[in-house]
Design a protein around this ligand. Sequence first.
Ligand SMILES: [Zn+2]
Length: 124
Amino acid sequence: MYELTVETSFSAAHCLEKHPSPCGRLHGHNWTVAVTVTGDELNTMGMVVDFAVLKQALREAVAVFDHRYLNELPPFCDGAQPTAENIARHIWGAVAEKLAAYASVTVKEIKIAESPSAWVVYRP
Ligand SMILES: [Zn+2]
């Protein structure tokens, strides 16, 4: 079993509505997002999947959030709070969809950090 991880980042604002802490006020983060995939098989290049493919899939998945106000965007404009947990699950789905053509690759997890000391790992 191989595990491959690539990381990217984006900047965005959000507000956790009705949260009694400062998280309930409009604020922003420089989010760091990493995807880890697994696979048992190597292609003819000796790779599970090219890192460039993973980076492209992850960058495309987070591009919709970059320099935006997350509360205004799907799925967060429909009632889901833009918590790190919900953002991670959403990005997992977007990356999995973009990598669907790579049948031997499994999207294991998304790690998203709001800061160097606070992060969420989502594994379906
Ligand atoms: Zn926040």
